[in-house]
Design a protein around this ligand. Structure first.
Ligand code: FES
Length: 126
């Protein structure tokens, strides 16, 4: 069972995820970082609904990049438009989890209005 860690504002929240039984909400690819995040209650913006058509789900993979699906040409093209892209950047809606992964949700992709003015760390449940 993969362990997925999301880092928000320097705080790490980890989840053991049963990908086989996790409900699919049709936001991003099945089993993607976005799909996982939404299932565990972590806020990841996804303005285009997880269709690789925006960059609001940009995350920076801190470890476990080899445990994600390969970067597709479409994802790479879209990432070119993201702000402050790094070699570890991925689109959460396209990066499918196959093992343990840690990723950071950049502060500039956060929606502080939805998250309550930045006071709380989204809708995280452990
Ligand atoms: Fe738009 Fe991922 S949600 S590209």
């Amino acid at each position: 069972m993969p362990n997925v860690t999301f880092i928000l504002d320097g705080q790490r929240r980890s989840f053991d995820v049963d990908l086989a039984s996790m409900p699919y909400g049709h936001h991003g690819l099945r089993g993607s970082l976005l799909d996982v995040a939404l299932n565990v209650g972590v806020v990841v913006e996804h303005v285009c609904g997880g269709n690789c058509a925006c960059t609001t789900c940009h995350v920076i993979v801190k470890s476990g990049a080899e445990q994600l699906s390969e970067l597709s040409d479409d994802e790479a093209d879209r990432l070119d438009a993201a702000w402050e892209v790094t070699p570890q950047s991925r689109l959460a809606c396209q990066a499918v989890v196959h093992g343990d992964v840690e990723c950071e949700i950049p502060v500039y992709t956060r929606n502080y209005v939805e998250e309550g003015g930045g006071i709380r760390l989204g809708r995280i449940h452990t």
